[in-house]
Design a protein around this ligand. Sequence first.
Ligand code: S3P
Length: 172
Amino acid sequence: GLSRRLDRPVVLVGLMGAGKSTVGRRLARRLGLPFVDSDAAIEDAAGLTAGEVFERYGEADFRDGERRLVARLLDGGVRIIATGGGAYVNAQTRRLLNEKAITIWLDAPTDLLAERTARRPETRPLLNKGDRAEILQSLIEQRRPNYAEAHIRVVSQGGSHSDVVETIIAEM
Ligand code: S3P
């Protein structure tokens, strides 16, 4: 657990609702490091919500912007970065992240992801195209093998976020 000094960014990956942004912000505060959320950075740059970007430009353009943004964030020094759930699924982005950062897969059980993503459905454009539970289930199945390539896997069972933060620090 952090016996060596952090010399690279720490990046949280995983599905929508896993808690990447909340845990990332707390982890950053705990370590005294800056925090960046890739979705929020895209929204700032575009002046639109992620949902609006999907609607106006489509998923392919969103992914392209996301890949370029993540590459830029990685060169910004040691910090905590929360990525949107799809960023690490892109093979190019995944390779770059594993080369330049410590990648942490925040894993969570399906029912917890379903419960959390149901709270503000307008912020999850991918889940609004049909049956939410079915789409979420198929994303979980498709993406787990990708997330499994992260350096560290931490399971969040829906307990306190600070427990997750301490587990991450212990695992690093
Ligand atoms: C996406 C996850 C979202 C956002 C976009 C696409 C995905 O981020 O980037 O809606 O493909 O899993 P969160 O994981 O922060 O919800």
